[in-house]
Design a protein around this ligand. Structure first.
Ligand SMILES: [Zn+2]
Length: 265
């Protein structure tokens, strides 16, 4: 096989894409580099930054200036899940050691979403193990770290809808960069795609027709605003169905959401 030298620029671009969670094949296609080369670069990069699987890394992308880079794409999704169905907690002994856990509730009905949740935690906190704890009808997907509150500074006493939820600038940047993933995380936790039937009678003839729409229900006005701001960014039309439920029903907007969210699985 001929040896092809790739410029540093291409390699830097590839590493940046990989760190943002884009798959090897996609990076290879985008930069016209063989997929094997991309794989080798990824491995070297992960070895250098200490994020090879199976290796424990305690370096935090937030509080350690020399810390590893955050996988921003997966973080956008996990932030959506956290704001929807997640919380940070700790036991008494853990508190003394400064350890917390992140817990995301995942319904047993959607095993695919549970896998996606687990994968996003691994991407955001590589090297830390992720556990699934069985509860009635659902699992808590849980991971321990001293740095969850660095990554989710919205953590605080009381329920999320009883306190202000304001994103920090660095989080806003990530949401602006990956609004699709953020919306996906919010809908996968506190939203759903529903299939409705309507009946129309015209000229004595009755026709049934089916249409899909998305709902997002959350008690926190701040979280609802974050959701609708991200929708606005993508030009997705929405309206309030009732006090705490945002509905996306226009056909082209539903289609837009279908292109990156889709039904739960
Ligand atoms: Zn930290």
């Amino acid at each position: 096989m001929p040896v092809i030298a790739h410029s540093l620029e291409v390699r830097t671009k590839a590493i940046a894409m990989l760190r943002n969670g884009i798959g090897n094949a996609e990076v290879a296609r985008a930069l016209h580099v063989p997929v094997g080369t991309i794989g080798a670069w990824k491995h070297k990069d992960r070895r250098r930054s200490g994020t090879l699987p199976g290796r424990r890394v305690s370096i935090c992308p937030r509080c350690d200036p020399g810390g590893r880079l955050l996988n921003r794409r997966s973080y956008a999704y996990l932030l959506g899940l956290y704001l929807g169905d997640g919380y940070i907690g700790s036991g008494k002994q853990m508190r003394e050691k400064g350890v917390t856990f992140l817990s995301i509730s995942c319904a047993d009905a959607w095993p695919g979403l549970m896998d996606e949740c687990e994968a996003s935690i691994r991407d955001v906190m590589p090297g830390n193990s992720v556990h699934r704890v069985q509860r009635p009808g659902m699992h808590e997907v849980k991971a321990y770290s001293k740095h969850w509150t660095c990554l989710f500074p919205q953590h605080g006493p009381g329920r999320k809808h009883e306190r202000p939820i304001v994103l920090e600038d660095w989080q806003r940047e990530i949401v602006a960069q990956f609004p699709e993933r953020f919306i996906g995380g919010l809908i996968h936790s506190d939203g759903c795609r529903v299939y409705n039937m309507a009946v129309r009678t015209r000229g004595g003839k009755t026709t049934r027709y089916y249409y899909s729409r998305y709902h997002f229900t959350n008690e926190s006005p701040h979280i609802r605003d974050l959701f609708t701001e991200a929708l606005d960014r993508l030009g997705v039309r929405w309206r309030y169905n009732n006090r705490n439920c945002v509905s996306i029903a226009r056909r082209e907007s539903v289609r837009r959401l279908d292109s990156f969210v889709g039904p739960k699985y």
